[in-house]
Design a protein around this ligand. Structure first.
Ligand code: BGC
Length: 756
C-alpha cells in the first residue's frame, strides 16, 4: 500500500498507534469504500451525529479532528447562488460571488439537445467547483402538472422521458467536475401553493409512469450522488422521510448509494428521519419552518434528539452508520476528490454556452407568411419600436432560491441595440405598462429603478402612438419572477398575462400589423390576441446573455430550433388538472380535489389533500385523448427553414434495442435544426394507455439541401407500462405504432412494429 510521504514519516517516528489519529485523507490509494469504512471506524458518536445535519444555512461539518472537510451546498439550478450569511437567507455581501446565469431549465429542455445538457452541466459544475461548493442543488425534474405551478421554470417540462434525458446530461456534466448534483424535489412537488402541507394522493401507475421516471433516469443512468426530498407529503407521510419513496423505491429498487438531503426545512420527525432514509438534514428551524433560535443546529431533528435516543438505547446505531457512510461517500466523491480540477467562473466559454443554450431554446411559435421574422434589416425595417417591461427588466434576481447575482445581464433591449448598431436601424422604446418595478432578492439588487409614475393609459397611448410610426414593433412582455408569477413559494393566480398586457398587445396590433410578440416566462400563458399577431417567440428566462440570445434569433444569426417541453393550452381547462369534471347546477367546473386540493384542518393536522385523479392524463396525453386543439402542442417549434422527414424504417428489431432510422432533409435556404420525435403507441393493451408517448428524440443540424439519417433507439421501457398487480414494468406482445414527427401533433411518418 502506497502511503503519503507525511504519513510514512509519522509512522516511522511515532508508530502505528499515532497513525490511527492521522487525517484520513492522506491515503490516496484506497477505494472510496474502504476509506469510508476507515473513517467511520474512527468517528465518535458526536462526530457521527454532527456530520448528518447542517451547521449553517448551506454547510454541514466534516470531522475536523480527522481532516474531513465541511460540505458546502449551493443553489442551483441555473447558476451558483451568492453566498448567504451563516444563519440567514440574506446575502453575505461578498464581492467575489457573482456568477454566470445560465438559462432556466425550461429553456434547456426546450433545446431538446442532450449534448447541450451535458455542456450545461459541465459549465455550471465548473462554476460550483470554483466557488468551493460540493453539492449543487439541482437539477429540478418535477413534472409540469399544471401551468399554474410557480416553479415550472426550474423544471424541464411535462414529459418524463424528455426531462429524464436532459437530466442525465446535466447530472453527468456536473459530476465530472467532482461536484455532486442534488436532484430535486423528490417527489410529486408539483405546485407551490401550500407546498409544506400538500399531501399528494396519486395512484401507483401514475407515480411510476409520470412522476418518477426523470428521477429514476438521473439516479440510475446519470449516477446522481445526492437527491433532495420535497416539502410535500405523499400518501400522508412527508416526502423527505417517506418510507415508500426513499427506502423502498430509491434506495431499494434503484439501488441509490448516495445521500438523501432534506429540502431546507423539510424534515418533520426524528423517528421517520432515522428509519425512512433521510441522510442529511438542512434548513430546519427550531419550530419547524418559521423561526430560528441561537442553538438551532443542535436542536435539529437529527441532532440532539437523535443522539438522545441512541444514548438511552432506544434506537441502535445501524441507521446512523448507514447515513454517515453515505455522507462520507459524498465527501470522498467531491470535496476530498483529489483528481478534480479547480473549476472556473464567468469564463468566456460559460458566457458563450449561456448564449448558445438561450438562443437554441427560444421557440418560434408563429411566423405567418409573408414572414416578418427574421427581421429584414436591409429593406423594410428601418424604424424599430420595442415595447414592454420585459425588454428592460433584469430577470436573474428574484423567483426564490434560484435567484442569482449575475456578473452581468444583458436585457433584451440592450442585446437588440448592440446587434443592430451600425445597421442603420433606429431602435426606439416605449414602456407600454408597468408590472413589477422591483429588483431585489435577499439583499441582492439589480440596481435598476424601474418605477414609472405615468398612468396605465398614458403608457399605453404613448406605445400605440409610437407603434403607428414604426416599420415594425416588437413587444417583449410575459411573466416575471415576482410573487404569483414564475416564483418559488406561490403559484400563479390564473393563466392570463398580468398588467393588462393582453389589451396592450391588441392595441399595438391594431396600430401596426407588423408586430412580433416575445413572451418571456417559464410557463404557458393565455394568448387571446394570437390571431391578431403575425409572429410570436417564446423566450424563457435566459440569464446573463438573455438579450444577446434573443437578438440572434430575431435577426436570424441563429435559426430558431427550440421546441416546447410543455403543452401550450388554449385555455386552462384543456389541462386535465383544471378540466371541468364536476357538475355544479347546469355548469361543469374544475374539481378542487385536483387543484389546489381539499383543506383538512383539525387540531392535529393541517393538510391540503391533492388528488391526482387525472392519472396519466398530463399535458399532451390528455390533449390526445380529448382530441383538443391546444394553441401549440408539446414538441412544437418552427424554424426559418423547412424540413421534411422521410424513409422511416425499423433498421434493427433486436428486443431491448429496437433501432428506427429516419431521414431528415433541410428543404429551405438556411442552415437549421429539426427535432425528430418518436412517439410509441400501443395499439391494443389490457390496460388503458395514453394514445402515444414520447420514447426517443434527436436533434439534427442540417445545411440547406442537406439530408441526414438519424437513428433512434427504443429500449424495453419504451414499450412497457407499469403493472400494478405485479409491481413491475411489463410489455404485452402485439402491434405497436411508431409515430415520428416534429411535434406531438405533427406526425410525419408512421411505422408498424410487432413486439414478440
Ligand atoms: C427550495 C430548494 C432550495 C433550498 C435551498 C428550498 O426552499 O425548495 O429548491 O434548494 O430551499 O435554498
Amino acid at each position: 500500500m502506497k502511503l503519503h510521504i507525511i504519513t510514512f514519516a509519522v509512522l516511522l517516528t511515532t508508530g502505528a498507534l499515532q497513525a490511527q489519529r492521522l487525517p484520513v485523507y492522506l491515503d490516496e490509494t484506497q477505494s472510496i469504500e474502504s476509506r469510508v469504512e476507515d473513517a467511520l471506524s474512527r468517528m465518535t458518536l458526536d462526530e457521527k451525529i454532527a456530520i448528518i445535519h447542517a451547521q449553517s444555512k448551506f454547510s454541514s461539518p466534516g470531522v475536523g479532528r480527522l481532516g474531513i472537510p465541511e460540505l458546502w451546498c449551493t443553489d442551483g439550478p441555473h447558476g451558483i447562488r451568492p453566498d448567504v450569511l451563516w444563519d440567514e437567507w440574506e446575502q453575505a455581501g461578498c464581492s467575489n460571488d457573482s456568477c454566470t446565469a445560465f438559462p432556466a431549465l425550461t429553456c434547456l429542455a426546450a433545446t431538446w439537445n442532450t449534448d447541450l445538457a451535458l455542456r450545461y452541466g459541465q459549465s455550471i459544475g465548473e462554476e460550483a467547483r470554483y466557488r468551493n461548493k460540493s453539492v449543487l442543488l439541482g437539477p429540478g425534474v418535477n413534472i409540469c402538472r399544471t401551468p399554474l405551478n410557480g416553479r415550472s421554470f426550474e423544471y424541464m417540462g411535462e414529459d418524463p422521458y424528455l426531462s429524464g434525458r436532459m437530466a442525465v446530461g446535466y447530472v453527468k456534466g456536473v459530476q465530472q467536475q467532482g461536484v455532486a448534483v442534488c436532484v430535486k424535489h423528490y417527489a410529486l412537488n408539483n405546485n407551490e401553493h401550500e407546498r409544506y402541507t400538500s399531501n399528494v394522493l396519486c395512484d401507483e401507475r401514475t407515480l411510476r409512469e409520470i412522476y418518477l421516471p426523470a428521477f429514476e433516469a438521473a439516479i440510475r443512468e446519470g449516477g446522481a450522488w445526492t437527491l433532495m426530498g420535497g416539502y410535500n407529503l405523499f400518501r400522508g407521510q412527508h416526502a423527505c422521510h417517506n418510507q415508500y419513496l426513499m427506502n423502498e423505491i430509491l434506495k431499494g429498487e434503484w439501488g441509490f448509494d448516495g445521500a438523501i438531503i432534506s429540502d431546507w426545512g423539510g424534515t418533520q420527525s426524528t423517528h421517520e428521519a432515522i428509519y425512512n432514509g433521510l441522510d442529511l438534514e438542512y434548513g430546519t428551524w427550531t419550530d419547524g419552518l418559521s423561526m430560528g433560535a441561537t442553538n438551532a443546529y443542535d436542536n435539529y431533528l437529527m441532532a440532539k434528539p437523535y443522539r438522545q435516543l441512541i444514548v438511552e438505547g432506544k434506537v441502535g446505531e445501524k441507521e446512523l452508520n448507514d447515513k454517515v457512510r453515505r455522507v462520507l461517500r459524498l465527501i470522498y466523491r467531491t470535496t476530498m476528490n483529489r483528481n478534480r480540477g479547480f473549476g472556473s467562473i464567468n469564463s468566456e466559454s460559460h458566457i458563450q454556452l449561456a448564449q448558445e443554450v438561450g438562443a437554441e431554446g427560444i421557440v418560434l411559435l408563429k411566423n405567418d407568411a409573408p414572414s416578418i421574422l427574421p427581421l429584414d434589416l436591409l429593406n423594410s425595417t428601418k424604424r424599430l419600436l420595442v415595447v414592454g417591461e420585459n425588454a428592460i427588466k433584469m430577470m436573474t434576481v428574484g423567483g426564490g432560491s434560484s435567484s442569482l447575482k449575475a456578473q452581468h445581464e444583458i436585457v433584451p433591449l440592450d442585446g437588440l441595440k448592440a446587434r443592430l448598431a451600425g445597421t442603420g436601424v433606429k431602435v426606439s422604446y416605449a414602456r407600454g405598462y408597468v408590472g413589477d418595478p422591483g429588483g431585489e432578492y435577499n439583499g441582492v439588487s439589480t440596481g435598476q429603478d424601474l418605477r414609472d409614475s405615468r398612468s396605465a393609459d398614458q403608457l399605453r397611448d404613448e406605445a400605440v402612438q409610437m407603434a403607428r410610426e414604426a416599420d415594425l414593433v416588437i413587444f417583449i412582455g410575459g411573466l416575471n419572477k415576482s410573487g404569483g408569477q414564475d416564483n418559488e413559494g406561490t403559484d400563479r393566480a390564473d393563466y392570463a398575462l398580468p398588467y393588462g398586457q393582453d389589451q396592450l398587445i391588441e392595441a399595438l396590433a391594431q396600430a401596426n400589423p407588423r408586430l412580433v410578440v416575445v413572451n418571456i416566462s417559464g410557463n404557458a400563458v393565455a394568448m387571446p390576441w394570437l390571431n391578431s399577431v403575425p409572429a410570436v417567440l417564446q423566450d424563457w428566462y435566459l440569464g446573463s446573455e438573455a438579450g444577446t440570445s434573443l437578438a440572434q434569433v430575431l435577426v436570424g444569426d441563429v435559426n430558431p430550433s427550440g421546441h416546447l417541453p410543455i403543452t401550450w393550452y388554449a385555455s386552462l381547462d384543456q389541462c386535465a388538472v383544471h378540466a371541468p369534471v364536476l357538475k355544479q347546477g347546469r355548469q361543469r367546473v374544475a374539481d378542487p380535489r385536483r387543484y389546489p386540493g381539499i383543506e383538512r384542518q383539525d387540531s392535529t393536522v393541517h393538510l391540503w389533500d391533492i388528488y391526482y385523479d387525472e392519472g396519466l392524463d398530463i399535458g399532451y396525453r390528455y390533449i390526445d385523448k380529448q382530441k383538443f386543439a391546444p394553441l401549440f402542442p408539446f414538441g412544437f417549434g418552427l424554424s426559418y427553414t423547412t424540413f421534411t422527414m422521410h424513409d422511416a424504417k425499423v433498421a434493427d428489431a433486436t428486443p431491448g434495442a429496437v433501432k428506427v432510422n429516419v431521414s431528415v432533409t433541410n428543404t429551405g435556404s438556411r442552415a437549421g435544426a429539426e427535432v425528430v420525435q418518436l412517439y410509441v403507441q400501443d395499439v391494443k393493451s389490457s390496460v388503458a394507455r395514453p394514445v402515444k408517448e414520447l420514447k426517443a428524440f434527436q436533434k439534427v443540424f442540417l445545411q440547406p439541401g442537406e439530408t441526414k439519417e438519424v437513428t433512434l433507439t427504443l429500449n424495453d421501457r419504451a414499450f412497457q407500462f407499469y403493472d400494478v398487480a405485479a409491481m413491475d414494468w411489463r410489455s404485452e406482445p402485439g402491434r405497436f405504432n411508431f409515430l415520428i414527427g416534429n411535434s406531438s401533433k405533427n406526425i410525419l411518418q408512421t411505422l408498424a412494429y410487432d413486439l414478440k
